[in-house]
Design a binder for this molecule. Structure first.
Ligand code: NAI
Ligand code: 13P
Length: 327
């Protein structure tokens, strides 16, 4: 395969956790001008010195061409657009500190406080060029250059195409979409179902149980997306079913591992790595309670993570729901 052509675009990756590091490495294959911003200077210094992110993505070398800084203004100065890769709880603070003229690609798979979608948050803060990136993309594999596909969605079709063109490499196939809520929410909800799959794995419930959780979880995802303005078929694409399968079955998934830890009676968040599905479960469980829309798996995960039910009790609640037709 021939070497991909280099691009003159200047790109910023804001957030130096696992996914930000993997994206910076991917972009560096085709861009000599990539800057990676780490919130903490101690991490930025470590990355500059060793070129490895031992805490968040061990084993993936950051190319020398990637500039690393903890100075946010310097990171985005002259950038054509930026990938925002901090946990969803940090997105509001990060967006507030950025120039509104900057094109932003939101890469977190979670919701803002109160359950607002991150793309809505960005628009409400005055950003004009807003895209979301979502798909079956474990940083551990993308960072090694293993093949994958992903979706960039924006209401601004030209911006989505620009991001697609800049992010595509021979090992990362990027699709565009105009369905922002559909693509964004698929990535948000699959994390909760992955926690449920992890709970089942931790309780050693077997392959049938995992398949049932994935399938009924997909149904809950579709039910929620339906009320949020998403297109019907998006949930069955890469950002929905694709990412659900990747996350609910992968040894890399932090959300699945959190479910396993809960089943063992251990703390679900370990090593300082973000587990978006726990917070999302609580936000969506509250929404389900208020709206009367049934999201039993989401509500079960919320109940376990809040300590209201044991994993075994949550399983019993799910299994003993009233008999009904599939749908
Ligand atoms: N790890 C993965 O494979 C993928 C993760 N994502 C999503 O990307 C987002 C980031 O995840 P990871 O990179 O895995 O997280 P991570 O846990 O590996 O690292 C998070 C990074 O963000 C920093 N951080 C934490 N709070 C912050 C704040 N308020 N402001 C700025 N920086 C802050 C941490 O110091 C750390 O460097 C999450 O929403 C996750 O769901 C999406 C696709 C793949
Ligand atoms: O979103 C991801 C893969 O697409 C990563 O999932 P985890 O946060 O569960 O590791």
């Amino acid at each position: 395969m021939s070497e991909p052509a280099l691009s003159a675009a200047r790109l910023a990756v804001l957030g130096a956790g696992g996914w930000g590091t993997a994206l910076a490495r991917t972009l560096a294959q085709t861009h000599p001008n990539v800057t990676l911003w780490a919130r903490r200077e101690v991490l930025a210094g470590e990355l500059r010195r060793s070129r490895f992110n031992a805490a968040y993505l061990p084993g993936v070398a950051l190319p020398e061409s990637v500039s690393v800084t903890s100075d946010l203004s310097a990171a985005v100065a002259g950038a054509d657009f930026a990938f925002l890769v901090v946990p969803s709880v940090g997105m509001s603070g990060l967006l507030s500190a950025l120039p509104r003229s900057l094109g932003v690609v939101l890469c977190a798979k979670g919701l803002a406080p109160g359950g607002t979608r991150l793309s809505e948050l960005a628009a409400s803060l005055g950003f004009g060029r807003v895209a979301v990136l979502s798909g079956p993309n474990h940083a551990e594999e993308i960072g090694l250059g293993l093949p994958a596909a992903t979706v960039v969605a924006s209401r601004d079709e030209a911006f989505a195409r620009t991001v697609q063109a800049e992010l595509m490499t021979p090992s990362l196939r990027v699709y565009t979409s105009l369905d922002v809520p559909g693509v964004e929410l698929g990535g948000v909800l699959k994390n909760v179902v992955a926690v449920a799959a992890g709970l089942g794995d931790g309780l050693q419930l077997g392959d049938n149980a995992r398949a049932s959780v994935i399938t009924r979880g997909l149904r809950e995802m579709a039910r929620y997306l339906d009320g949020q303005g998403a297109q019907d078929d998006t949930v069955y694409g890469l950002s929905g079913l694709g990412d659900l399968v990747a996350t609910a079955t992968s040894r890399h998934s932090r959300n699945r591992a959190a479910g396993e830890a809960l089943a063992r009676g251990e703390a679900p968040e370990q090593g300082g790595k973000v587990v978006e599905g726990l917070r999302t479960a609580r936000l969506l469980s509250a929404w389900a309670q208020e709206s009367g829309v049934e999201l039993p798996i989401v509500q079960g995960v919320a109940a376990v993570s809040e300590g209201r039910l044991s994993p075994q009790q949550a399983l019993a609640v799910l299994m003993q729901r009233e008999a009904k037709a599939e749908g």
